[in-house]
Structures are given as structure tokens and as C-alpha cells.
Design a protein around this ligand. Structure first.
Ligand SMILES: Cc1cc2nc3c(=O)[nH]c(=O)nc-3n(C[C@H](O)[C@H](O)[C@H](O)COP(=O)(O)OP(=O)(O)OC[C@H]3O[C@@H](n4cnc5c(N)ncnc54)[C@H](O)[C@@H]3O)c2cc1C
Ligand code: SF4
Length: 331
């Protein structure tokens, strides 16, 4: 991997989220940095060239995890290592701890944050490259070029959203709080994304993701996260699945939410699962879920792994997770 030196920048260290938002509002070239495990490699590759970095590392209380009547609030500054090992959180929402535990490596997780993971740039084998590599290939539509090397006839970027936390949180119907100089607003996490690899986040340039709410109603759901990856460790998901389930007294599906990452330009919640409610989790139901997933994922040639494999592994991973969750904890 070829890494270049980083362009000079000014570093700001706000003490509050409001100060961070004010710095973003005042300086259009400013970018937020949290753990820096995604942004810094992108700076070294010349993919991004901000003149001001607003470091969130000194924001007081930014990493708080607080249980309330509404649910569990997770500060955007909470480190992934803590998420992976917080036993109270893992008992309530195992999918979150499971997702955090399989992100990057232990060193990354000790500094990487929830906010950085949810606001991760999309990825593509033609994009996550050094400056000279991208220049030799005339750049691409996402940055500096005219053509998408993945789908040259189309006019959009298909880079894949590959953050692991989003599907776990989406399965649990999480919401996010965004702060700017205009105030705070709360939106479903699902609304924070759009299907565009070049601009996958809907949040405004001057907004800070302050915290995430996992609603109280999600606490009654059995949930899990699993990813398929080329290597067994330190690797982005080829497909990652978050699944949350409730069964009625007869063992029939009472609630089901399945979300995916790694296959589309945004993390997606699989639609059509309501039609499966009231049924037993048997082979026919699992086949129906597999079809829903296969239809709604759209992996493109953004990784060295074939798209069709990613489509199939997404469906099979979702089927296995649901089957295991419906069977209950291993006796
Ligand atoms: C070798 C390697 C392997 C990796 N493997 C994985 C993996 O398996 N799964 C995975 O999901 N990721 C992986 N990553 C990417 C990255 O380490 C993680 O996604 C990490 O969680 C990013 O968090 P961060 O705090 O370091 O983000 P940063 O790099 O600090 O920021 C990432 C982006 O989010 C923005 N941002 C940060 N905080 C906020 C906020 N509060 N509000 C608004 N915007 C914000 C930044 O401006 C930037 O655009 C890997 C990275 C490396 C280098
Ligand atoms: S999908 Fe196309 S435009 Fe987007 S990063 Fe890859 S090559 Fe570039």
C-alpha cells in the first residue's frame, strides 16, 4: 500500500459538540476527525485535502453510554473497543457488541469511534488507492475523473458502504442526534444514508453526529450481527448482516428486521419482511427471506471478490442468523 505525506492542515480541538459545529459552520474546508482510522489513510492517499481538521477527541462526555426511559444513548465518541466489551450493552443488544468486535483490528478499535464508523466513506477498489495509482488510471467519477470504472455507462458512483455498526443499529431501529449551529435534530439512522457512493450521507456538511439512540422497544428483541469477509480478521465486510427478531408464544415470527452492509452504497433495511410475520421459522420462510435479500442487494465490481458471491453470501448469512436466533441460545 503506497501512502503519501499528508498536506498541511490546521488542527482545532473543541471542548464541546456545539464548538465543533461552530468550527464547521465557520470554515467550509473543515472536516471532523474522531479516531482517524478511516480519514487519516484517506488523507495520506490524497483522497481528501481538508485545510482544517476538527478533532473530536477532547469533547467532554462525547463517549457516554447512558440508559434512559427512551432506550440506550450511545455517544458518537464511544470507542469500538468499549462497545465490544461493555457487558451491560452486550446483554441488552448483543448485535452491537458483536459488530464492534469484528471491526478492523484491536489497535484500530482502541481509538475508532461509533460516529466515525457510521459516517465512514464508501469504498471501492478503484478509489481506496494511492494518488499515483488513481492518477495512472485517470481517477474516477467519485473524485477527480469523469468515468466510473465499475459501471462506465452509468452516471453515478457505486462505491459500497462497508461500516459494520450500521446494520446492527438499523436492525434495532436506532435514531441519531445531529447537532449544528441551527440546533439539534433527531432522525432515524436509516435516513442518514442515501444510495449514492459519492455522497452516501444525507447529513449536512456542518452537522456533527452527537449520539445514537437504541430505542427501548428494541431491548426485547433477540439480535445478532455477522459478516462475511475475505480474511478472518482486520477486513471490511463483503456482506454484513444485522438481524433482530421476536417470536410469539407459539414460536412464530412476531417481529423481524434485517439490515445489510457491504453490498450497496448505503446500509439497507430489507423491505418485505412484514409479510413473513405470523409464520414459523422453517425452510420455506428462510427461502423467502433469502429471495428478499438477493433482490435488494446490488453488489457491484467494487471489490476483488465477485459480485455474485457477495449477493449469495448476504442471503445465506441472513438466513443463518435468523435460523439461529429463532432457535434461541445454545443449550
Ligand atoms: C486496516 C483497516 C481495516 C478496517 N476494517 C474495518 C472493518 O472491518 N469494518 C469497518 O466498519 N471499518 C473498518 N475500517 C475503517 C475504520 O477503522 C472504522 O470504520 C472506524 O470505526 C472509523 O472510526 P474513526 O473514529 O476512526 O473515524 P474517522 O476516521 O475519524 O472518521 C471517519 C469519517 O467520519 C467522519 N466523522 C467522524 N466522527 C463524526 C461525527 N461525530 N459526526 C460526523 N462525522 C464524523 C469523519 O469526518 C470522516 O469522514 C478499517 C480501517 C483500516 C485502516
Ligand atoms: S464505483 Fe466508480 S466512481 Fe465510485 S469509486 Fe468506484 S470507480 Fe470510482
Amino acid at each position: 500500500m503506497n501512502m503519501d505525506s499528508i498536506q498541511p492542515f490546521k488542527l482545532e480541538r473543541p471542548a464541546t459538540v456545539a464548538e465543533a459545529a461552530a468550527l464547521l459552520a465557520a470554515q467550509p474546508q473543515a472536516r471532523l476527525v474522531a479516531g482517524g482510522t478511516d480519514l487519516i489513510p484517506n488523507l495520506r492517499r490524497g483522497i481528501e485535502r481538508p485545510t482544517v481538521l476538527v478533532d473530536l477527541g477532547a469533547v467532554a462526555g462525547f463517549d457516554a453510554i447512558v440508559a434512559s426511559d427512551e432506550g440506550t444513548w450511545i455517544g458518537a465518541g464511544a470507542r469500538l473497543a468499549r462497545l465490544a466489551t461493555d457487558s451491560a450493552l452486550a446483554a441488552r443488544h448483543p448485535a452491537i457488541a458483536q459488530a464492534a468486535a469484528v471491526i478492523a483490528g484491536p489497535g484500530h478499535r482502541s481509538v475508532a469511534t461509533v460516529g466515525g464508523n457510521l459516517c465512514l466513506d464508501t469504498r471501492c477498489v478503484f478509489y481506496n488507492q494511492s494518488e499515483w495509482w488513481r492518477a495512472s488510471n485517470s481517477y474516477c467519477l467519485k473524485r477527480g475523473g469523469d468515468v466510473c470504472h465499475v459501471a462506465p455507462q452509468g452516471g453515478r458512483c457505486h462505491a459500497a458502504f462497508s461500516g459494520d455498526l450500521a446494520p446492527a443499529l438499523l436492525a434495532l431501529e436506532a435514531e441519531v442526534e445531529l447537532v449544528s449551529t441551527r440546533g439539534a435534530r433527531r432522525i432515524p439512522l436509516a435516513d442518514m444514508y442515501r444510495d449514492d457512493g459519492a455522497a452516501a450521507l444525507t447529513i449536512e456538511r456542518d452537522e456533527v453526529l452527537a449520539r445514537v439512540l437504541v430505542p427501548a422497544r428494541a431491548a426485547g428483541r433477540a439480535c445478532a450481527y455477522r459478516k462475511a469477509r475475505a480474511r478472518g480478521a482486520v477486513d471490511f465486510p463483503l456482506a454484513g448482516v444485522g438481524c433482530a427478531v421476536a417470536l410469539d408464544a407459539q414460536g412464530r415470527l412476531a417481529a423481524l428486521r434485517v439490515a445489510l452492509t457491504g453490498t450497496n452504497s448505503q446500509p439497507i433495511v430489507i423491505s418485505g419482511t412484514d409479510a413473513l410475520l405470523g409464520r414459523a421459522v422453517d425452510d420455506a420462510l428462510l427461502a423467502a427471506l433469502g429471495k428478499l435479500v438477493q433482490k435488494q442487494v446490488s453488489p457491484m465490481r467494487t471489490t476483488v471478490t465477485q459480485s455474485n458471491y457477495r449477493r449469495q453470501v448476504a442471503a445465506v448469512t441472513a438466513q443463518r442468523l435468523l435460523k439461529e436466533l429463532a432457535a434461541g441460545p445454545a443449550k
